[in-house]
Design a protein around this ligand. Structure first.
Ligand SMILES: C[S@@+](CC[C@H](N)C(=O)[O-])C[C@H]1O[C@@H](n2cnc3c(N)ncnc32)[C@H](O)[C@@H]1O
Length: 305
């Protein structure tokens, strides 16, 4: 059978979002753990919603609805909306809305946790003559070839390649997708993800796959997540956003990873156990080399016209 060679971006999109694509057929939490699965994260998001007076919280790329389910108990008077291409989770509280498309207007807080890294983008490689070209792939085999010349203002500004063989993910579609979402917000928008900035771009790109709780070989057959780190400084520039590491953002919101005092164990044993568990969650969310290194891209549009 002849190989069916397409752009990496098209193959990536199909692997995740075609009818039989990964995110149409699985629950992300069955394959990897994110901040949204940690209760203390929802408490911090609830605190941000309260501080910014949000009437609505919209979770873009809501996955299995874990964050919204936790927020439902914490923010009884706030409208909660999940935007997700996957079907509504059966256990989601009835009061939480679930829709495949972003609302036109968002009056409050927009959160997108680990959404941007799953927005497919062109994969680009510098050829032996020093010309940047899109990478093509046969999704069935993973065999790659170089295609057309890729002349991109984004690459020149945000991820210039220096030598033959170097690769990048062109973030143009990600900047545009998040800018489109943020433009709908009368309130605060936060995208949270793993990523890099201009000074530390990886020379060979960051395409990876995850399944069953671990990193696996990249495949484009819908059996696994396909992700690439986000050029967070480019996204921030596109939305007039502030870049903060997750550990600092959570500290600003009162998340504290210190263990409770030991004497609490005798005066209030149940309270001690609760505080110990919260401290463990905080430590996970703020860890170096882990979730604490994630970037928050925060855009405050409360004063926008
Ligand atoms: C890595 S998962 C993150 C899920 C959840 N936010 C979490 O942190 O656990 C990314 C999610 O974004 C969803 N998604 C991607 N593009 C989307 C789009 N354009 N509209 C709605 N959902 C989308 C995927 O279906 C997937 O559930």
């Amino acid at each position: 059978m002849a190989a069916r060679v397409v752009s990496w971006q098209a193959a990536w999109d199909a692997a995740l979002y075609a009818d039989d694509g990964f995110f149409r057929t699985v629950r992300p939490a069955d394959h990897f753990r994110t901040s949204a699965h940690v209760g203390t994260f929802a408490r911090a998001v609830a605190e941000l919603a309260r501080r910014t007076g949000a009437a609505t919280v919209v979770d873009l790329g809501a996955g299995g609805g874990e964050l919204l389910t936790a927020l439902h108990a914490l923010l009884p008077d706030v409208e909660l909306v999940g935007v997700e291409v996957a079907a509504r989770p059966g256990a989601l509280p009835d009061e939480v809305a679930w829709t495949p498309a972003l609302p036109d207007r968002i009056d409050g807080l927009l959160i997108a946790n680990e959404w941007l890294d799953n927005v497919p983008c062109p994969v680009v490689e510098r050829d032996d003559d020093g010309v940047d070209r899109v990478v093509l792939v046969d999704p069935a085999t993973g065999d790659e070839t170089l295609g057309d010349v890729h002349d991109s203002p984004w690459m020149r500004r945000w991820w210039p390649l220096a030598a033959p063989g170097e690769r990048a993910e062109d973030g143009t579609p990600r900047d545009a997708a998040w800018a489109d979402a943020v433009a709908r917000v009368d309130g605060v928008a936060v995208a949270i993800d793993y990523g890099h900035v201009l000074a530390d771009r990886p020379p060979f790109g960051t395409l990876r796959s995850y399944a069953d709780g671990r990193e696996v070989d990249v495949r484009l057959d819908g059996s696994r997540d396909v992700t690439a780190d986000v050029a967070v400084d480019a996204v921030a520039a596109a939305v007039d956003g502030r870049l903060v590491r997750q550990r600092d953002a959570l500290a600003e919101l009162g998340v504290d990873g210190r263990r409770p005092p030991l004497d609490l164990a005798s005066t209030d044993p149940a309270g001690y156990v609760r505080a110990l568990s919260a401290a463990g969650e905080a430590a996970e969310l703020t860890s170096r080399g882990g979730l604490g290194d994630f970037w928050w891209i925060v855009t405050d549009r409360r004063d926008a016209a």
